[in-house]
Design a binder for this molecule. Structure first.
Ligand code: C2E
Ligand code: MG
Ligand code: MG
Length: 696
């Protein structure tokens, strides 16, 4: 033990040195100085385990001596030497941080040694406690949770930094104040004061929590949502000594969970309620409607050509456009109504209290207007329109799902009727949609089940009444549906793409049939097959025709393809080269249903085509309407001028035939000559060729 003895009385010093040297069990190394100044110098330059300090030094007496020594070596234990009559000073020494005191004249060796040893032990324990407390405080200040301690009376004894921040009270200001004063805590829902109940001794030592959803009113009145736990502190005997309260500022957590809740109910792009929320609101509106004797309308809005904007200008522009539209739609309705986005470019609007269903059309129109106004996005002026379908509760459906589905159906109808329009749902639409679906299902298996057949209708030279050719017309007889008209199933086949394999089958059948008739010497010049726009557009179309011609070995000049104007004009570029190839092969091309589409003869002149088939709607009007009659004569005249053969479709009467003959129409096709018939019957017609119908 390295001891610094600070003693100006040399006799006393010698005495102590002797005592210490006697203590063999505790070897000591003694340095002796006679003044405080010297002691300070020593303490600075050498390590000591203990200071023995006389507090009657010439340069320092009493408490100041102790303080100077402690200041010079705060961590070195201190034992004070006092005169025998100076016990008051002894207790002051202890208060000022000395570990012990010895009264001169009463010192004996063993007592001295014990005092020194205890002093060292006590000092190290004090340091350990201090370090522990420091560490605890540092830890408490580091954690994000607010920690407050109270004594048994409920007064604050400690706040960590987080607690200071959250409450707005500093530790210094709060210390000694009551818990209730510094921590004003309310139940967020009831706004009632919450008192912190701390477990009392004898009870389970578990943390008791406050009600959920509490807010702390900060000193400046600001509200902080908190979660907490409170627990009692017990002393060694189990007596409550106070409480520790741990608070957490859950603003961020609550904001996050609020945000998540919002996300779950809203569309992230537009912030509008999403599909799930819409369903809830519709259900709610439906449940309230009868009580108020009101109706509920669901408007399904789909943008026209949005995909084009998205593809050409990019998704971010598309997204901004959707946001702009969302805002405008919201402005079109009352706050009690709901505008939601279903995804993509589809919006569904719920009008919750409708008195007259027709009024919803006014809202629908307002929306169409709002959408159609130009949108300025990234310096682009974007123009877009929408189509709206409307369904009304209870007329068109009793639940959210049916109402939305029917509004969707009506929206499709609106699109078909031309865009930028709105349409009410009619139950007939639904029936049709269901029917179409059924037809599609049956069509999928019809080829495999061999439910198709081909009938042939003669084309007749009006002058000689010879059969010049036949139009192949597809027939479908389904075991359940019976015979289904092409007018009904061809559009479904086109929509579903089934027209490609089906058309291919018809073409092959017709070629096989023509080849067979030719081979047996029946007088047929060509066979005409209808090609729908979808087939024509298909890349493999031309190769398919070539393959079938090769496979069936039919002379290409015996094949005629009937295409509609729109099939040609919509795919003008591809059409041009395909038609050239066909002409090169000798395959004939006819424009079917002429007059119902673009009716642009000059345009058609660019294509390699051979004949025009005037649509039957004009032929049926012959005689009845001068205007249509004039069209027929004009078309015949122009076609002849362009060197095209003209065929009249749907000729049903002698008068029509006579008129066409007089107008120099080349050929006719229609019930007046023959209905489309099965192959055997057609063969019979060919054998009886020419036909024998009165025309004049
Ligand atoms: P389309 O090519 O204009 O065929 C003429 C339609 O008029 C046929 O109806 C025919 O039966 C009918 N028709 C013929 N003469 C008369 C008449 O004097 N009066 C009346 N009212 N109608 C007459 P169909 O067979 O019902 O076919 C309807 C349409 O279905 C066809 O019109 C054609 O566009 C399409 N189609 C028929 N078969 C096929 C096929 O194999 N492929 C494709 N893509 N379409 C086909
Ligand atoms: Mg046709
Ligand atoms: Mg036709």
């Amino acid at each position: 033990m390295r001891i610094l003895l600070v003693e100006d009385n040399l006799g006393d010093a010698r005495l102590l040195r002797e005592m210490l040297s006697e203590a063999h069990t505790h070897p000591t190394e003694l340095s002796h100085v006679t003044s405080m100044l010297e002691a300070e110098y020593y303490l600075e330059s050498k390590p000591f385990d203990l200071i023995l300090l006389d507090i009657g030094l010439p340069d320092a007496q009493g408490a100041p001596a102790i303080l100077r020594a402690r200041k010079a070596a705060p961590n070195v234990p201190l034992v004070v030497l006092t005169g025998y009559d100076d016990t008051a000073l002894a207790s002051i020494a202890l208060q000022h941080g000395a570990q012990d005191y010895l009264i001169k004249g009463e010192i004996e060796t063993r007592g001295l040694i014990r005092a020194l040893r205890y002093a060292v032990e006590r000092k190290s324990m004090q340091s350990a406690v201090f370090a522990e407390k420091e560490r605890a405080q540092a830890t408490l200040n580091c954690i994000g949770d607010a920690v407050a301690c109270t004594d048994n009376a409920g007064n604050i004894t400690f706040l960590n930094e987080a607690a200071e921040k959250m409450t707005g009270w500093s530790l210094l200001e709060a210390t000694g104040r009551s818990m209730a004063e510094t921590f004003v805590i309310l139940d967020a829902t009831t706004r009632r004061l919450v008192s912190l109940e701390v477990a009392t001794p004898g009870e389970e030592r578990s943390a008791s929590s406050m009600p959920p959803n509490c807010i702390l009113i900060r000193r400046d009145g600001f509200e902080v949502p908190i979660e907490d736990s409170v627990s009692a502190i017990f002393d060694q005997d189990g007596n409550a000594e106070g409480a520790v309260i741990v608070f957490r500022d859950v603003s961020a957590a609550r904001a996050m969970s609020g945000q998540m809740l919002r996300l779950a109910k809203h569309d992230f792009l537009t912030g509008l309620p999403n599909r799930m929320t819409l369903y809830d609101r519709i259900d709610q509106a439906i449940s309230l409607a009868p009580r108020h004797q009101k109706r509920v309308a669901v408007l399904f809005l789909d943008l026209d050509g949005f995909k084009h904007i998205n593809d050409s200008l990019g998704h971010s522009t598309g997204d901004k456009l959707l946001q702009s539209i969302a805002k405008r739609l919201v402005d079109c309705v009352r706050s009690s109504d709901t505008v939601s986005r279903q995804g993509g470019d589809e919006f569904v609007v719920l009008l919750s209290e409708v008195e007259i269903p027709d009024n919803t059309d006014i809202t629908a129109r307002r929306m169409l207007h709002a959408v159609a106004e130009p949108h300025t996005i990234n310096q682009h002026q974007l123009h877009i329109t929408a189509s709206i379908g409307t369904s009304v509760y209870p007329d068109d459906g009793l639940d959210a799902e049916t109402l939305i589905k029917n509004a969707d159906t009506a929206m499709y109808q609106a699109k078909e009727n031309g865009r930028n329009s709105s349409q009410f749902f009619k139950s007939a639409m639904n029936v049709r949609a269901v029917q179409r679906q059924g037809i599609e299902e049956s069509l999928r298996v019809a080829l495999k089940r061999e439910e198709f057949s081909v009938h042939y209708q003669p084309k007749v030279n009006l002058v000689t009444q010879e059969i010049t050719g036949a139009e192949a017309l597809l027939r479908w007889t389904n075991p359940v549906r019976g015979s289904v008209s092409p007018v009904e199933f061809i559009p479904v086949a086109e929509d579903s793409g089934l027209i490609v394999p089906i058309g291919n089958w018809v073409l092959r059948q017709a070629c096989i049939q023509a080849k067979q008739w030719k081979d047996v010497g029946l007088p047929i010049r060509n066979i005409a097959v209808n090609i729908s726009a979808i087939e024509f557009r298909n890349e493999a179309f031309l190769d398919g025709v070539l393959a079938i011609l090769e496979e069936t070995n039919l002379d290409p000049t015996c094949l005629e393809l009937e295409l509609t104007e729109s099939a040609l004009i919509k795919h003008a570029e591809a059409a041009g080269s395909i038609l050239k190839t066909l002409r090169h092969l000798g395959v004939q091309v006819a424009v079917d249903d002429f007059g119902t589409g673009y009716s642009s003869l000059s345009y058609l002149r660019k294509f390699a085509i051979d004949s025009l088939k005037i649509d039957q709607s004009f032929i049926h009007q012959i005689g009845a309407s001068t205007e249509e009659t004039t069209i027929v004569t004009a078309v015949i005249g122009m076609a002849r001028g362009l060197n095209l053969k003209v065929v009249a479709e749907g000729v049903e009467t002698r008068q029509q035939a006579a008129f066409l003959l007089d107008s120099q129409c080349d050929e006719a096709q229609g019930y007046y000559f023959s209905r489309p018939v099965a192959p055997q019957e057609f063969a019979k017609l060919l054998r009886e060729n020419p036909m024998d119908r009165r025309v004049h």
